[in-house]
Design a protein around this ligand. Structure first.
Ligand code: PLP
Length: 371
């Protein structure tokens, strides 16, 4: 018998999530493009609302998050009763796993899907199962073919991180229609606010028309509030009931909620962020493609950039070269893309610096012209 506590089965199989790097030894001011954070920082209104809470920190927050749910419902024309808030959408993903999957169950997601899905599945003793993608895009037929008697949850990040690809509304509906009724479909729409293509929806209509679909959203991306930890889920009433039973009674802090209410109300700031992203996403994609890199077409606020296999032109060397210029991006080995980098869309000068650095790395800048 062991004389120390042992974690439950599955937990020691978890490779702990590693966030984007934020330091380069010896460099004071870095360009951080490693975590898909909104490049402008939060809306000034959100910062002000957060600050206003500073003298009331002794008070417990409203455990029902009523004001925040009301603000979200108003902004997106939803039923506030079907919203559950969490400490980041990561918490909601965990709660859904905890409630609906356990030992012996399978949690299905597409091969290059968000890493929190297998981590969370294992944390409850369930087995993560992946379905192959086609062209770095989730594939409905492959997902449906991977369903077994043990499947309890299907996670679909739409758009997906780290590929930036998406399934149109019709394909998400086909996925739902092809899944058994007792399988929970979780549509993780963390980047929905950035999307400008017409055939996309974040999944609200599926949540409202089925008993087994949940949409999760976050304040960490376009609203640039990753530091306060704020996310939400939109779910059928019976799932809302389940989540409210198992979440911490005060799982979202008061200052976070105040910031969230202000952020979601600042439509002008959101619009400015989206317009900026649309422009510089297209520009970055075009420039990096011109350099001969394999850039996956993205509808999020980041691009997946894949390098030639030649050792002196690979992703590892590119990452080191970018770091030498103070630029931090994300290595993708953990996502099954060892020769790719994920680059967040930042400010104009940051994107110019990235393109310039990669041109130098690949030997494509013409020094004569001082390009
Ligand atoms: C960033 C991200 C999240 C997590 O967001 P938090 O709300 O900060 O926990 C969830 N899903 C995907 C796909 C993401 O990229």
């Amino acid at each position: 018998m062991s004389n120390r506590p042992e974690a439950r089965p599955g937990i020691m199989d978890i490779a702990a999530y590693v966030g984007g790097e934020s330091h380069i030894p010896g460099v004071d001011r870095i360009i951080k493009l490693s975590s898909n954070e909104g490049p402008f920082g939060p809306s000034p209104l959100a910062s002000k609302a957060h600050e206003a809470e500073a003298t009331a920190l002794h008070r417990y927050p409203d455990g029902g998050a009523a004001a925040l749910r009301k603000a979200i419902a108003a902004r997106y024309d939803l039923d506030a009763e079907r919203i559950v808030c969490g400490a980041g959408s990561d918490e909601l993903i965990s709660l859904l796993c905890k409630a609906y999957a356990g030992v012996g169950d399978e949690v299905l997601y597409s091969k290059h899907g968000f890493l929190m899905y297998p981590i969370t599945a294992r944390s409850v003793g369930a087995t993560p199962v992946t379905a192959e993608e086609i062209d770095k895009t989730a594939n409905v037929d492959n997902l449906l073919a991977a369903v077994t008697d043990k499947t309890k949850i299907v996670f679909l990040a739409n758009p997906n991180n780290p590929t930036g690809t998406y399934l149109p509304a019709s394909e998400v509906k086909r996925l739902r229609d092809g899944l058994r009724g007792d399988i929970l479909l979780v549509i993780d729409a963390a980047y929905a606010e950035y999307v400008t293509v017409d055939d996309y929806t974040p999944g609200i209509e599926l949540v409202e028309s089925t008993d087994n679909t949940v949409m999760t959203r976050t304040f960490s991306k376009i609203y640039a509030l990753g530091g306060v930890r704020l996310g939400w889920a939109y779910a059928p009433a019976h799932i809302v009931d389940v989540l409210n039973r198992i979440r911490g009674p005060f799982n979202v802090g008061a200052a976070a909620m105040a910031a969230g209410v202000a952020a979601i109300g600042d439509k002008a700031f959101e619009e400015m962020s989206r317009t900026h992203n649309t422009k510089w996403l297209a520009w970055t994609t075009e420039q990096l493609t011109k350099l001969g890199l394999d850039v996956t077409e993205s509808i999020g606020n980041f691009v997946l950039v894949c390098f030639d296999n030649a050792a002196d032109r690979g992703a590892e060397g590119a990452d080191a070269f970018l770091k030498s210029r103070g630029i931090v991006v994300r290595r993708m080995g953990g996502y099954g893309f060892p020769n790719c980098l994920r680059i967040t869309i930042g400010l104009e000068d940051e994107m110019r610096a990235v393109v310039d650095a990669l041109a130098d790395y690949l030997g494509r800048n013409d020094p004569e012209q001082g390009a």
